[in-house]
Design a protein around this ligand. Structure first.
Ligand SMILES: Nc1ncnc2c1ncn2[C@@H]1O[C@H](COP(=O)(O)OP(=O)(O)OP(=O)(O)O)[C@@H](O)[C@H]1O
Ligand SMILES: [Mg+2]
Length: 685
C-alpha cells in the first residue's frame, strides 16, 4: 500500500521509503484530499483546511503550488498510476485505487474477517492480525484533531477497536483463552465502561478455569456501573449466571480442566449465584470450607458446582469422596479409593494419603461428613497440616471443628414473600423456579399461570424453599393440582415418595432425609427437638424451657439449643432482643410425629398452651401500661402459636381457652376484634 493514514500520513515510494517526511503541508494536503477521495474539494476549502484563519494573501496560488509539489512527489515515488490529483473546477479530486490506501484495505479485511468469525475463526484471526498490523499510530496522526479529519479518524479508531474485539472473539472461539486474556488488558483500559471487553474477559477467564476471577470481573463492573446508576445488560447477567451454572454452552469445566471424578452431567444450579461467590471467596481464605445445612438444602449440589468453578486452579485434580454410605472406620479408605491411592506396607492409610498428597495441588470434596464427623475431622486435620496445597470442600449437617475451618451455612432457596402470588412476581424467585422446572419435567403440560401461581407460591413457602422437598413434591403435578398439593402438605412425610431407583435411599422420602439427621442426635437433643415441634412459629429460649419437660436444667437447655442449631436441626435468628429459634416446617412435622409416638404430645402441648396463656396475661397488663408497642410486637411474634394454643385449649381445656381469649382481648381489639370474638365464642361453645 502506497498511501497510508493509519499513523502518520505518508506516501510510500516503490521501495517502501516514506516520501513526505520533510513536507508537512503536502502531507496535510494529501490528508484533506484523501478524506474526500473521489469528490471535488474546492480551492477555498483546501485553503481553509490548510491554513485556517492565517491564509496567505494569494490563497489559490498557494494551493496550486502545493498540489504541484504533491504531483511531483507522487511521480517520483513511482505512484502516478494509482494516485492521481486531477484538476476539476472549482478545485481538485484525488483519484486513488482503494487497494493502495491502508485504511480502505483495513476496513475490507475487518469486514471479511467478521463474516468468517463463527465458521472459520482461524481464518478470521489471520485476517484480523493482518488488518491490525497496518496500524502504525493513531489515524492521521498529527492531524487527527483537525476539523477536516476528525470524523474520519474517529470512524477508523472505532473500527480498530471493533477489530481488536473480534480478534479476541476469534481467540476465544479457538479455545486460546490465555491469548485472549493478554489481548484484553489494553482493550479494557481503553474502554473502561465498555461491556464487550468485560464479557470477553469473563468468558476467557472461565475458559482457563479462572471462573472465580471471571465472576469477580462481573462484580467489579456491576459496582462500577452502580456508581453511575446503571445496570449491566441482561446478556452480561445471563453470562454470569451461565458461569455459575456451568451451562453446556460455555463448557462444564473447560477443555483445560484437570483430572476429576465429578459427575459428568450435574443438574443445573437454580439460584445460588451469591452462594457460589461466597464459597469461592471463602476457599481463597481457608483451605477447609464446610458447607452446613439441613438435609436436602442443596449442600452437595452447591459443592459440586463450586468444585467445577474452581476446578482448574487445582492441576492435580478435583476428587469427590462420598462419605454418606460409609462408616467411620473406613473414611480414609474411601478417600484413598476416590484418589486411586494404594495402601503401602508399613504405613497407615492416613500416613499413606499424607505422603501421596504432600506435593499435590488438588481439591477434595468430602461429601456428607455428618455421621463420621470426628473421624473425618481428624483425617482432614492431618492432611491439611502435612499437605500445604491440598484444599478441602466438605459438606455436612454440622461443622467439622478443625483449625482454620470456615463454616458456611447453606440456607434454603428464597421463597416468595407472603402475599406475592402473580406469576410475574414469583417466577424469578429461586424456589419457584426450581419447583416449576421439576414440575414441567414431570408433566409437559405444567405451566405457571395466573390460576395456579398463588398455590405454587404457597407450596414453596410451606416447604420452606427446601430443594429436596420441592423436588419430591413437584412431580405430584402429574395427578394433582397445585391447590390439591397444598391441601396435602401437612401429610408430606407420608405423601412424598419418589420413584426410588434414581435416588439414594436417604433422599427418596422426606421422612428418610430427616431420619438420617435425627438418628445422629443424642437422646437429650432428640427429646428437646421433638418437644420444640409444638411451636408453629418462632420461639425464644424462654419458650423452649417451658416445653422442655422438666428433665433438663435451664443452662443445659441453652446448650442443647445451640447443639441443635449447629446440627442444622434448628434455625436461630439472633437480633436485638432475645434470639429467636424456629424449625423448618418439614422438621416440625417430623418432630411432632415422634412426639406423638412417645405419647408426649398432649403434655407438651399443654405446656405450650400454658406458656402462651401466661404470655398473653403479661401482655394484657403490658398493653395498657407504659410501653404497649413492645407488647404488641411480642404478641405479633407469637400470633401463630397463640392461635395454635387456643385451638388446642378449645378441644382439651375450655377454661384455659377462655383465659386465653380474655387475655387477648386488648391485643386483638384494634382491627382484629372479630377474630377475638371468634376465639372467645369457640372457647364458650
Ligand atoms: N440450587 C439448586 N438447583 C437445582 N437443584 C438443586 C439445588 N439445590 C439442591 N438441588 C437438588 O435438591 C436435591 C437435594 O440437594 P443436595 O443433595 O445437594 O442436598 P444436601 O444438602 O447435600 O442433602 P444431604 O444433607 O441429605 O446430603 C438434589 O437432588 C439436588 O440436585
Ligand atoms: Mg449431600
Amino acid at each position: 500500500m502506497r498511501v497510508r493514514v493509519l499513523g502518520a500520513v505518508e506516501l510510500a515510494a516503490t521501495n517502501g521509503e516514506p516520501t513526505l517526511a520533510r513536507w508537512p503541508r503536502v502531507r496535510k494536503l494529501l490528508a484533506v484530499l484523501l478524506v474526500h477521495a473521489g469528490d471535488i474539494v474546492s480551492v477555498d476549502r483546501l485553503g481553509d483546511a490548510l491554513w485556517g484563519g492565517e491564509a496567505p494573501i494569494d490563497r489559490s496560488s498557494a494551493v496550486h503550488n502545493l498540489v504541484y509539489r504533491l504531483r511531483v512527489i507522487v511521480r517520483s515515488a513511482g505512484a502516478a498510476d494509482t494516485v492521481r490529483v486531477v484538476t476539476r473546477a472549482p478545485g481538485y479530486v484525488l483519484e486513488v485505487d482503494g487497494a493502495e490506501v491502508d485504511s480502505t484495505r483495513f476496513a475490507e479485511l475487518v469486514e471479511t474477517a467478521r463474516d468468517r468469525l463463527h465458521e472459520a475463526p482461524q481464518v478470521a484471526a489471520a485476517l484480523l492480525d493482518e488488518a491490525l498490523s497496518l496500524w502504525r499510530g493513531p489515524a492521521f496522526a498529527e492531524f487527527a484533531d483537525e476539523e477536516f479529519v476528525r470524523a474520519e479518524a474517529g470512524r477508523l479508531d472505532e473500527l480498530r477497536g471493533a477489530a481488536a474485539a473480534d480478534r479476541v472473539e476469534a481467540a476465544i472461539a479457538l479455545g486460546r483463552h490465555d491469548e485472549a486474556i493478554g489481548m484484553l488488558e489494553p482493550l479494557r483500559a481503553a474502554d473502561p465502561l465498555g461491556e464487550r471487553p468485560r464479557r470477553q474477559l469473563m468468558r476467557a477467564l472461565h475458559g482457563v478455569g479462572r471462573s472465580v476471577e471471571a465472576l469477580q470481573v462481573y462484580r467489579d463492573y456491576r459496582d462500577l456501573l452502580a456508581e453511575l446508576g446503571l445496570d449491566p445488560s441482561p446478556e452480561l447477567r445471563e453470562l454470569e449466571a451461565a458461569i455459575i451454572r456451568h451451562e453446556p454452552s460455555i463448557g462444564w469445566i473447560g477443555p483445560t480442566s484437570p483430572a476429576n471424578n465429578l459427575p459428568q452431567e450435574p443438574g443445573e444450579l437454580v439460584g445460588r449465584a451469591d452462594d457460589v461467590i461466597q464459597v469461592t471467596d471463602a476457599m481463597r481464605r481457608a483451605r477447609l470450607v464446610t458447607l452446613t445445612g439441613v438435609g436436602g438444602v442443596g449442600k452437595t449440589c452447591l459443592a459440586l458446582h463450586v468444585a467445577a468453578v474452581v476446578g482448574a486452579e487445582h492441576p492435580d485434580g478435583v476428587w469427590l469422596c462420598e462419605l454418606a454410605p460409609v462408616g467411620a472406620s473406613s473414611v480414609a479408605e474411601v478417600l484413598a479409593a476416590a484418589l486411586e491411592v494404594r495402601q503401602r506396607h508399613g504405613l497407615t492409610m492416613t500416613a499413606r494419603l499424607a505422603e501421596y498428597l504432600r506435593e499435590k495441588r488438588l481439591l477434595i470434596v468430602l461429601d456428607n461428613c455428618e455421621h463420621v464427623t470426628a473421624t473425618a475431622a481428624q483425617l482432614v486435620d492431618a492432611l491439611l497440616r502435612s499437605c500445604p496445597r491440598v484444599r478441602v470442600l466438605a459438606t455436612s449437617r454440622e461443622g467439622l471443628d478443625v483449625d482454620g475451618e470456615r463454616v458456611l451455612p447453606v440456607a434454603p432457596l428464597e421463597t416468595p414473600a407472603r402475599g406475592a402470588s402473580s406469576p410475574e412476581t414469583i417466577a424469578g424467585v429461586a424456589s419457584v423456579a426450581l419447583f416449576v422446572q421439576r414440575a414441567s419435567a414431570a408433566s409437559a403440560s405444567f405451566e405457571l399461570t395466573a390460576d395456579n401461581s398463588a398455590d405454587v407460591a404457597e407450596i414453596c413457602r410451606r416447604l420452606d424453599g427446601l430443594p429436596l422437598a420441592l423436588e419430591l413434591v413437584a412431580p405430584k403435578v402429574r395427578s394433582l393440582s397445585a391447590a390439591e398439593i397444598v391441601a396435602r402438605l401437612d401429610r408430606r412425610l407420608q405423601f412424598v415418595r419418589t420413584a426410588g431407583w434414581i435416588r439414594e435411599q436417604r433422599h427418596r422420602t422426606l421422612r428418610a432425609v430427616v431420619d438420617w439427621s435425627h438418628q445422629l442426635l443424642d437422646e437429650r437433643q432428640q427429646q428437646l427437638f421433638e418437644r420444640l415441634s409444638v411451636f408453629v412459629g418462632s420461639f425464644t429460649l424462654d419458650g423452649a424451657e417451658r416445653v422442655a419437660g422438666g428433665r433438663l436444667d435451664p443452662a443445659e437447655i441453652a446448650d442443647v439449643l445451640t447443639e441443635l442449631v449447629d446440627r442444622s436441626m434448628l434455625g436461630a435468628r439472633p437480633g436485638r432482643g432475645p434470639t429467636r429459634y424456629a424449625l423448618l416446617e418439614t422438621l416440625r412435622l417430623y418432630g411432632r410425629e415422634r412426639l406423638r409416638a412417645r405419647g408426649w404430645e398432649t403434655a407438651t402441648r399443654r405446656d405450650h398452651a400454658d406458656y402462651h396463656v401466661e404470655l398473653a396475661v403479661a401482655a394484657s397488663t403490658g398493653l395498657t401500661g407504659r410501653d404497649p408497642g413492645r407488647w404488641v410486637k411480642v404478641m405479633d411474634q407469637h400470633l401463630d402459636d397463640l392461635r395454635a394454643a387456643h385451638t388446642w385449649a378449645v378441644a382439651h381445656d375450655p377454661d384455659l381457652a377462655m383465659r386465653l381469649s380474655a387475655a387477648l382481648f386488648w391485643y386483638l381489639e384494634p382491627g382484629t376484634f372479630s377474630e377475638g370474638v371468634g376465639w372467645a365464642e369457640r372457647a364458650i361453645a
